[in-house]
Write a protein that binds this ligand. Structure first.
Ligand SMILES: [Mn+2]
Length: 330
C-alpha cells in the first residue's frame, strides 16, 4: 500500500469539489436535518433537496422529531420533499447530514447511517465529531447554509429564489439577524436578496412571530432567572428554568427564544436556559460573550456546539443540574 492510499483511507475530510463529486454522482440521496430542526438545518436540507431534485436525483429530506415541520418554517420552499421519519428509506446510495455536530443529533434516524453506501456530513459546528464516511466541516462558516452556497457554486447549481429563500432562512437565524457576522456574510445575503426574495418577511416569520401565550410564558420563566456572580471564575452565570408547566401548548421555537433574552444580562459572561423535557431530564442551551468557550463546557457535559453557543442534555433536579453546570464552568 502506498503512502497516498494510507492517507486517503484515514482522512475522511472532503473539500468542496469532493462533496460535489459525491452529490453529483449519487443515484439516491437522503438528506437528514437535526432533531427539533431550526431554520439553518432545515433551510440547508431543503436547499440541497431542491438542487438534487432539479438534477433528477431521487431525494428525501427528513428529521427524526417532531412529526411535522415547525410552524414558522412551513413557508420554506421544498417542504414537499420532507418525508416522515418512519418512511425514510433504509438503504440509500448517499446520506447527507446537514448542521449536525454528532450522529446523536439525528435522533432515531441515526440508524440510517448504517444503510448508506456513503455518508457526507456538511456542517459548521466546531465540535463536529466527523461521523460521516466523508466530512465537509467549515467551522468558520456563519451557518451551514453558507457552506451550501459554496457547494452550489462549486457544483454549478443556480441559486434561484427558492434556493435563496432556504439559504437566507439559515443565514439570518444563525447570525442572529446579521448581528454575528464576518466579512462576506452580507455579500452572501445581498446575493440571496437580489433573487427577489422578501427578506423582511422571512426574518419576521422565523424570528419575530409568536403566539400570545409566549408572553405569559416569558413572564413566568424570566421571574425564575438567577444570577450567580461567582460562577465561571467570577465572570458570572445567569440562568432560567423553563418547566413543562410554563411551556405547555407552546412550540419549541417559543422556548428556544428565551435564551436570547437571558443572555443579554451584562453581569454574566455565560447564560444558560434549562428546558424540562421529561421527569428529571432537561435540554440546556448555553451562550457566552467573549471569554468562555461554551462548546468545551457542553462537550464536557455530553453535548457540543460552537464557541459562543452550545447545548447538552442534563439529568437530575434543578439544583443538581445547576450545580453540575457551575462545576463544569469552574
Ligand atoms: Mn447552524
Amino acid at each position: 500500500m502506498s503512502d497516498y492510499e494510507v492517507s486517503t483511507v484515514h482522512d475522511s475530510a472532503v473539500d468542496l469539489d469532493g462533496a460535489v463529486a459525491l452529490l453529483s454522482t449519487a443515484q439516491t440521496v437522503t438528506v437528514l436535518c437535526h432533531v427539533q430542526p431550526d431554520a439553518d438545518t432545515l433551510g440547508s436540507g431543503l436547499a440541497l433537496g431542491l438542487a438534487l431534485e432539479r438534477r433528477g436525483i431521487p431525494v428525501q429530506v427528513a428529521f427524526a422529531a417532531p412529526d411535522e415541520v415547525p410552524l414558522s418554517m412551513r413557508g420554506l420552499p421544498g417542504t414537499h420533499l420532507v418525508t416522515a421519519a418512519d418512511a425514510v428509506r433504509d438503504e440509500v446510495d448517499l446520506l447527507v447530514a446537514v448542521d449536525c455536530g454528532t450522529a446523536g443529533r439525528l435522533g432515531e434516524l441515526r440508524t440510517r447511517l448504517g444503510g448508506a453506501r456513503t455518508s457526507l456530513v456538511i456542517d459548521h459546528h466546531r465540535s463536529n465529531t466527523r461521523f460521516g464516511t466523508h466530512n465537509l466541516i467549515d467551522a468558520d462558516a456563519e451557518a451551514t447554509a453558507a457552506v451550501l452556497a459554496d457547494i452550489f457554486d462549486a457544483w454549478g447549481v443556480e441559486i434561484d429564489a427558492d434556493i435563496a429563500h432556504c439559504l437566507f432562512a439559515g443565514l439570518a437565524t444563525d447570525t442572529g439577524s446579521f448581528r454575528w457576522v464576518r466579512a462576506g456574510t452580507h455579500t452572501l445575503a445581498e446575493r440571496l436578496l437580489a433573487t427577489g426574495i422578501d427578506g423582511a418577511n422571512i426574518t419576521r416569520t422565523l424570528l419575530d412571530t409568536h403566539p400570545f401565550g409566549w408572553l405569559p410564558m416569558l413572564s413566568s420563566v424570566l421571574a425564575s432567572a438567577t444570577l450567580v456572580p461567582e460562577a465561571a471564575s467570577n465572570s458570572g452565570l445567569v440562568y432560567a428554568l423553563v418547566r413543562r408547566t410554563d411551556s405547555a401548548h407552546l412550540g419549541a421555537e417559543e422556548i428556544e427564544s428565551v435564551i436570547d433574552i437571558v443572555r443579554t444580562t451584562v453581569e454574566a459572561e455565560v447564560a444558560a436556559v434549562f428546558k424540562e423535557v421529561g421527569p428529571q431530564e432537561w435540554t440546556v442551551s448555553l451562550r457566552s460573550k467573549r471569554d468562555v468557550d461554551v462548546s468545551l463546557v457542553a462537550t464536557t457535559l455530553g453535548g457540543g456546539g460552537h464557541r459562543f453557543a452550545s447545548g447538552y442534555t442534563a439529568h437530575g433536579d434543578s439544583e443538581e443540574i445547576v450545580a453540575a453546570l457551575c462545576a463544569a464552568l469552574g
